[in-house]
Design a protein around this ligand. Structure first.
Ligand SMILES: C[S@@+](CC[C@H](N)C(=O)[O-])C[C@H]1O[C@@H](n2cnc3c(N)ncnc32)[C@H](O)[C@@H]1O
Length: 228
Protein backbone atom coordinates (compact mmCIF):
# COMPACT_ATOMS: atom_id res chain seq x y z
CA UNK A 1 0.00 0.00 0.00
CA UNK A 2 1.62 3.32 -1.09
CA UNK A 3 1.50 6.38 1.17
CA UNK A 4 0.11 9.67 -0.17
CA UNK A 5 3.67 11.01 -0.40
CA UNK A 6 4.75 8.03 -2.54
CA UNK A 7 1.67 8.53 -4.70
CA UNK A 8 2.43 12.26 -5.12
CA UNK A 9 5.91 11.34 -6.37
CA UNK A 10 4.54 8.65 -8.68
CA UNK A 11 1.98 11.12 -9.97
CA UNK A 12 4.68 13.65 -10.81
CA UNK A 13 6.63 10.91 -12.62
CA UNK A 14 3.44 10.03 -14.51
CA UNK A 15 2.90 13.63 -15.69
CA UNK A 16 6.56 13.93 -16.68
CA UNK A 17 6.45 10.65 -18.61
CA UNK A 18 3.71 12.07 -20.82
CA UNK A 19 6.24 14.59 -22.13
CA UNK A 20 9.38 12.46 -22.09
CA UNK A 21 10.99 11.83 -25.48
CA UNK A 22 11.11 8.04 -25.33
CA UNK A 23 10.20 6.47 -28.67
CA UNK A 24 6.92 4.55 -28.97
CA UNK A 25 5.26 5.84 -25.86
CA UNK A 26 6.35 9.22 -24.57
CA UNK A 27 5.78 12.70 -25.91
CA UNK A 28 6.55 11.74 -29.49
CA UNK A 29 3.61 9.35 -29.68
CA UNK A 30 1.31 11.15 -27.23
CA UNK A 31 1.55 14.43 -29.15
CA UNK A 32 1.38 12.88 -32.62
CA UNK A 33 -1.63 13.51 -34.84
CA UNK A 34 -1.97 9.74 -35.28
CA UNK A 35 -2.45 9.23 -31.53
CA UNK A 36 -4.89 12.12 -31.24
CA UNK A 37 -6.77 10.92 -34.30
CA UNK A 38 -7.18 7.31 -33.12
CA UNK A 39 -7.49 7.63 -29.35
CA UNK A 40 -8.21 11.31 -28.75
CA UNK A 41 -10.83 11.73 -31.43
CA UNK A 42 -12.08 8.75 -33.47
CA UNK A 43 -12.81 6.29 -30.67
CA UNK A 44 -14.49 8.91 -28.49
CA UNK A 45 -16.47 10.15 -31.47
CA UNK A 46 -17.49 6.55 -32.29
CA UNK A 47 -18.77 6.10 -28.73
CA UNK A 48 -20.46 9.49 -28.71
CA UNK A 49 -22.34 8.86 -31.97
CA UNK A 50 -23.17 5.18 -31.55
CA UNK A 51 -23.70 4.40 -27.87
CA UNK A 52 -26.82 5.44 -26.08
CA UNK A 53 -26.64 6.80 -22.53
CA UNK A 54 -29.07 5.01 -20.22
CA UNK A 55 -30.28 5.93 -16.73
CA UNK A 56 -28.15 4.20 -14.05
CA UNK A 57 -25.92 2.92 -16.80
CA UNK A 58 -23.13 0.55 -15.72
CA UNK A 59 -20.00 0.62 -17.88
CA UNK A 60 -16.80 -1.37 -17.56
CA UNK A 61 -13.49 -0.55 -19.26
CA UNK A 62 -10.82 -3.23 -19.46
CA UNK A 63 -7.20 -1.98 -19.63
CA UNK A 64 -6.52 1.43 -18.11
CA UNK A 65 -3.06 2.29 -19.49
CA UNK A 66 -2.62 6.08 -19.36
CA UNK A 67 -6.22 6.32 -18.17
CA UNK A 68 -7.33 8.94 -20.70
CA UNK A 69 -10.11 6.75 -22.08
CA UNK A 70 -11.40 6.00 -18.57
CA UNK A 71 -11.32 9.73 -17.76
CA UNK A 72 -13.38 10.41 -20.86
CA UNK A 73 -15.87 7.57 -20.19
CA UNK A 74 -16.42 8.91 -16.66
CA UNK A 75 -17.27 12.38 -18.00
CA UNK A 76 -19.46 10.93 -20.75
CA UNK A 77 -21.38 9.01 -18.08
CA UNK A 78 -21.54 11.86 -15.58
CA UNK A 79 -25.06 12.14 -14.10
CA UNK A 80 -26.05 8.95 -15.93
CA UNK A 81 -24.07 6.13 -14.45
CA UNK A 82 -20.89 4.59 -13.15
CA UNK A 83 -17.66 3.29 -14.58
CA UNK A 84 -15.65 0.27 -13.41
CA UNK A 85 -12.05 0.27 -14.66
CA UNK A 86 -10.07 -2.98 -14.62
CA UNK A 87 -6.32 -3.47 -15.01
CA UNK A 88 -3.89 -6.23 -14.08
CA UNK A 89 -1.25 -3.72 -12.92
CA UNK A 90 -1.90 -2.99 -9.25
CA UNK A 91 0.45 -0.04 -9.09
CA UNK A 92 -1.11 1.54 -12.17
CA UNK A 93 -4.58 1.05 -10.65
CA UNK A 94 -3.58 2.74 -7.40
CA UNK A 95 -2.02 5.67 -9.21
CA UNK A 96 -4.98 6.05 -11.58
CA UNK A 97 -7.47 6.15 -8.69
CA UNK A 98 -5.26 8.65 -6.84
CA UNK A 99 -4.85 10.85 -9.94
CA UNK A 100 -8.62 10.99 -10.48
CA UNK A 101 -9.03 11.99 -6.84
CA UNK A 102 -6.32 14.71 -7.04
CA UNK A 103 -7.71 16.02 -10.33
CA UNK A 104 -11.19 16.03 -8.79
CA UNK A 105 -12.76 13.98 -11.55
CA UNK A 106 -16.51 14.48 -11.20
CA UNK A 107 -17.36 10.83 -11.83
CA UNK A 108 -14.35 8.72 -10.80
CA UNK A 109 -14.05 5.04 -11.64
CA UNK A 110 -14.39 2.12 -9.29
CA UNK A 111 -10.99 0.59 -9.92
CA UNK A 112 -10.51 -3.17 -9.91
CA UNK A 113 -6.93 -4.47 -9.94
CA UNK A 114 -7.04 -7.95 -11.40
CA UNK A 115 -6.34 -10.11 -14.41
CA UNK A 116 -9.39 -9.84 -16.63
CA UNK A 117 -8.89 -13.45 -17.69
CA UNK A 118 -9.72 -14.45 -14.09
CA UNK A 119 -12.04 -11.63 -13.20
CA UNK A 120 -14.17 -11.59 -10.06
CA UNK A 121 -16.71 -9.26 -11.69
CA UNK A 122 -20.13 -10.88 -12.05
CA UNK A 123 -21.31 -11.99 -15.48
CA UNK A 124 -24.06 -10.02 -17.24
CA UNK A 125 -23.63 -6.96 -15.03
CA UNK A 126 -22.74 -4.14 -17.45
CA UNK A 127 -24.70 -2.23 -20.08
CA UNK A 128 -21.49 -1.49 -21.94
CA UNK A 129 -18.02 -3.04 -21.82
CA UNK A 130 -15.14 -1.36 -23.64
CA UNK A 131 -11.75 -2.79 -24.55
CA UNK A 132 -9.55 -0.62 -26.71
CA UNK A 133 -6.03 -0.31 -28.10
CA UNK A 134 -3.63 -3.15 -27.39
CA UNK A 135 -5.36 -4.51 -24.27
CA UNK A 136 -6.86 -7.64 -25.86
CA UNK A 137 -3.45 -8.73 -27.13
CA UNK A 138 -1.55 -7.68 -24.00
CA UNK A 139 -3.53 -10.31 -22.09
CA UNK A 140 -1.83 -12.93 -24.26
CA UNK A 141 -5.25 -14.43 -25.06
CA UNK A 142 -7.13 -11.90 -27.18
CA UNK A 143 -10.09 -14.15 -27.99
CA UNK A 144 -10.51 -15.07 -24.31
CA UNK A 145 -10.37 -11.37 -23.38
CA UNK A 146 -13.14 -10.70 -25.91
CA UNK A 147 -15.21 -13.65 -24.63
CA UNK A 148 -14.96 -12.27 -21.10
CA UNK A 149 -15.93 -8.77 -22.29
CA UNK A 150 -19.07 -10.30 -23.79
CA UNK A 151 -19.70 -12.37 -20.68
CA UNK A 152 -19.61 -9.23 -18.53
CA UNK A 153 -22.20 -7.49 -20.73
CA UNK A 154 -25.89 -7.86 -19.94
CA UNK A 155 -28.17 -9.47 -22.47
CA UNK A 156 -29.05 -6.64 -24.87
CA UNK A 157 -25.95 -4.76 -23.66
CA UNK A 158 -22.98 -3.85 -25.80
CA UNK A 159 -19.25 -4.36 -26.18
CA UNK A 160 -17.14 -1.68 -27.84
CA UNK A 161 -13.89 -2.99 -29.28
CA UNK A 162 -11.30 -0.76 -30.92
CA UNK A 163 -8.02 -2.11 -32.25
CA UNK A 164 -5.16 -0.66 -34.23
CA UNK A 165 -3.12 -2.28 -36.97
CA UNK A 166 0.02 -1.63 -34.90
CA UNK A 167 -1.21 -4.38 -32.59
CA UNK A 168 -3.05 -6.74 -34.95
CA UNK A 169 -4.65 -6.61 -38.40
CA UNK A 170 -8.41 -6.28 -38.52
CA UNK A 171 -8.58 -9.81 -39.97
CA UNK A 172 -8.02 -11.29 -36.48
CA UNK A 173 -11.21 -9.63 -35.26
CA UNK A 174 -13.17 -10.61 -38.37
CA UNK A 175 -12.07 -14.23 -37.81
CA UNK A 176 -13.07 -13.96 -34.15
CA UNK A 177 -16.50 -12.64 -35.15
CA UNK A 178 -17.17 -15.69 -37.33
CA UNK A 179 -17.64 -17.77 -34.15
CA UNK A 180 -20.11 -15.37 -32.54
CA UNK A 181 -23.84 -14.92 -32.74
CA UNK A 182 -23.60 -11.25 -31.73
CA UNK A 183 -25.00 -8.55 -33.93
CA UNK A 184 -22.50 -5.94 -35.09
CA UNK A 185 -24.54 -2.77 -34.66
CA UNK A 186 -21.78 -0.40 -35.83
CA UNK A 187 -18.41 -0.84 -37.48
CA UNK A 188 -16.01 1.85 -38.64
CA UNK A 189 -12.46 2.01 -39.96
CA UNK A 190 -10.27 4.92 -38.97
CA UNK A 191 -8.07 5.13 -42.04
CA UNK A 192 -6.81 8.71 -42.17
CA UNK A 193 -3.28 7.57 -41.28
CA UNK A 194 -3.30 4.34 -43.26
CA UNK A 195 -0.76 6.12 -45.50
CA UNK A 196 -0.83 9.83 -44.91
CA UNK A 197 -2.67 11.51 -47.74
CA UNK A 198 -1.51 8.91 -50.21
CA UNK A 199 2.15 9.54 -49.40
CA UNK A 200 3.86 6.26 -48.47
CA UNK A 201 5.46 6.18 -45.04
CA UNK A 202 8.95 5.45 -46.39
CA UNK A 203 8.79 8.78 -48.24
CA UNK A 204 8.06 10.62 -45.01
CA UNK A 205 10.85 8.78 -43.28
CA UNK A 206 13.49 9.09 -46.02
CA UNK A 207 12.77 12.45 -47.57
CA UNK A 208 10.74 14.54 -45.15
CA UNK A 209 12.29 14.46 -41.69
CA UNK A 210 14.40 11.31 -41.45
CA UNK A 211 14.64 11.14 -37.67
CA UNK A 212 11.03 11.78 -36.89
CA UNK A 213 8.87 8.77 -36.17
CA UNK A 214 5.56 9.40 -37.92
CA UNK A 215 3.92 6.14 -36.81
CA UNK A 216 2.63 6.11 -40.34
CA UNK A 217 0.20 3.58 -41.66
CA UNK A 218 -1.67 3.14 -38.40
CA UNK A 219 -5.30 2.24 -38.94
CA UNK A 220 -7.96 1.76 -36.35
CA UNK A 221 -11.08 -0.39 -36.46
CA UNK A 222 -13.99 -0.07 -34.10
CA UNK A 223 -16.90 -2.44 -33.55
CA UNK A 224 -19.97 -2.18 -31.39
CA UNK A 225 -21.42 -5.61 -30.65
CA UNK A 226 -24.82 -6.29 -29.16
CA UNK A 227 -25.05 -9.29 -26.87
CA UNK A 228 -28.12 -11.48 -27.61
C1 LIG B 1 -2.13 0.01 -23.80
S1 LIG B 1 -3.00 -0.08 -22.32
C2 LIG B 1 -4.68 0.18 -22.63
C3 LIG B 1 -5.02 1.20 -23.57
C4 LIG B 1 -5.89 2.25 -22.94
N1 LIG B 1 -7.27 1.80 -22.87
C5 LIG B 1 -5.69 3.49 -23.74
O1 LIG B 1 -6.28 3.61 -24.77
O2 LIG B 1 -4.85 4.28 -23.35
C6 LIG B 1 -3.12 -1.78 -22.00
C7 LIG B 1 -3.46 -2.05 -20.56
O3 LIG B 1 -3.94 -3.39 -20.44
C8 LIG B 1 -3.51 -3.88 -19.20
N2 LIG B 1 -3.55 -5.34 -19.22
C9 LIG B 1 -2.73 -6.20 -19.85
N3 LIG B 1 -3.09 -7.47 -19.61
C10 LIG B 1 -4.19 -7.41 -18.80
C11 LIG B 1 -5.01 -8.42 -18.19
N4 LIG B 1 -4.79 -9.71 -18.38
N5 LIG B 1 -6.04 -8.00 -17.43
C12 LIG B 1 -6.29 -6.68 -17.24
N6 LIG B 1 -5.53 -5.70 -17.78
C13 LIG B 1 -4.49 -6.06 -18.56
C14 LIG B 1 -2.09 -3.31 -19.06
O4 LIG B 1 -1.67 -3.31 -17.70
C15 LIG B 1 -2.25 -1.92 -19.65
O5 LIG B 1 -2.49 -0.94 -18.67
Amino acid sequence: MSSDLDLEQQLLAYYVSLKTPIPEGGAEWNLSPEHHYLFGFSTRDFLYRNCELLPDMRVCNIGIGMGDWDDYLGYWLHKWGTLTSVDIDENLCGLFAYRQKREQHSNPSSVVAEDILHTSLPAASFDLVTIIGSTTHETGQPEAAMNISLKLAKSGGHVLYMGTTETAPESWFKDYLKHLTCRVTHHENFTYYSGPQGVPSHWWKMVAIPNFNYHSEVEGYAYLLEKP
